[in-house]
Write a protein of this length. Sequence first.
Length: 91
Amino acid sequence: MESSEFVARYELRTGTDQDQLLLRRLLAPTLVSWLAHHPLTPGFELKAGTLCVFVAQPLEDAGNLTFLVDAARHLASRVLAQVQEERARAA
């Protein structure tokens, strides 16, 4: 999360009950860089097991909709990988 490009494009907000270690694992440098350079600047919220991926502007063509769906898929795979890793640690 120490990317000037990421900080310029995003506002990171977390809950007071957020596990900071899990947050740092999810927002690994590779994901931060991916977010910082994505053409749509996709935002996301992860709360109570629900992932919401969004963009601030209306999408007016199929190409940008595809970018959004791909971003949602990428973020969901990162979250799933993190969940699986945490389960393996707990076992």
